[in-house]
Ligand binder design. Sequence first.
Ligand code: EPZ
Length: 431
Amino acid sequence: MDKIVIRGNGELNGVIPISGAKNAALPLMIASLLTSEPLTLGNMPRLADVEALKSILSNHGVDYQVKGKRAGDTGMTGQRIAFQASQIVDTTAPYELVRKMRASFWVIGPLLARAGQACVSLPGGCAIGTRPIDLFIESLQALGATIDIDAGYVNAKAPSGGLKGATYRFPKVSVGATHVMLMAASLADGTTVIENAAREPEVVDVANCLNAMGAKISGHGTTTIVIEGVTSLHGASHDVLPDRIETGTFAACVAMAGGDVLLQNARAGLLQEALDVLEKTGTEVEAGNDGIRIRRKGGSLAPIDFSTEPFPGFPTDLQAQFMALATRAEGVSHVTENIFENRFMHVQELARLGANISIEGQKATITGVDRLSGAPVMATDLRASMSLIIAGLVADGDTEVSRVYHLDRGFELLEDKLSAVGADIRRETAG
Ligand code: EPZ
């Protein structure tokens, strides 16, 4: 199995291009199920999750075609891919496919809206909590769907006249269930009002794309989204927004190692809360038209306190990376994880590198240490893996991260991007 070997190598300096957001790319690909016409997505990241979703979607009848490069495109420029579901050929999403990626469960919304039925395996995904599906079920039932769960599958059926618009208030904010309800309600009869909707930028990106496809959605980016159902959607072209989690991750790398890096194409408004926390460490953050410049020259990191919250709060997907930063701060930091109940698996691995972290329930207390030392460690989930790389940037000796398939799910050209700014990082492929 591949592993990534990283060795502390001083400052990072230069430019890191930020890719399209994985967590927007996936639901956007799923939205292609809503129309028989092509949906062309630009700025698509090259990731294992995108590849996996392509094969899941092709099972339902989605063809895809990678479009040619455009003037100025480089190896780091995202791909343009056209997805077309001329016909839905299968409304079942089997366990073998869905277990690999939780987001593939989201096909339930468009399949139900366009084909009137869906039979989707209960999902898998990163082991960061129990991650139930009750909110998906309740919200789709509100649109008139009948749903039963049998033998590990969710069977959903639309009423004979199709889904019906309704008002539904989510008892808890869910990104995935908001995506699904948006997609399903776009083709429902009448008006749907989603209350306590997720405000994440990726939800806004999907709503913008659906509107380009002919949907009538307003209020996205606020807690109340209104969708006037239409009878059909058409093809469109849409560019995936920049990845705020990749942005925050590389920002944490620069803060940890020191240096001066422009995160090209990054948008500060997508992660303001995390950037504010980063500034508290003593790192300079300067947002400009071409991206965000992160700079830390000398001095020690100051400790930080943050709690993960739905957007616009501090993102859970950056919790592990910022905790890695805190391991080297001068003083005691506090981190509270409010979104997932089991998202501290990186703590044990960080401890192997010499970090001093104690956990009580959902709260972590991190006492900064002077020195981390390289060791073999294991990636436990996608974002947690990055916390080990961040620690490895300043650890003495080699940090060897195994199970790197987690990283390949969500970080495009990771070693290339980091070595280009001076990190000593390489992948060892098992023979
Ligand atoms: C999305 O997951 C992201 N995934 C996650 O990123 C991210 O951590 C999460 O949102 C929160 O921001 C993608 O976009 C592909 P949720 P999602 O539904 O939609 C509970 C990464 O590393 N809940 O907003 O699955 C749930 O258990 C990934 O890229 C229910 O109780 O997250 C959690 O506690 C990991 N019932 C909370 O809501 C439900 O029916 C928020 O989860 C659904 C969710």
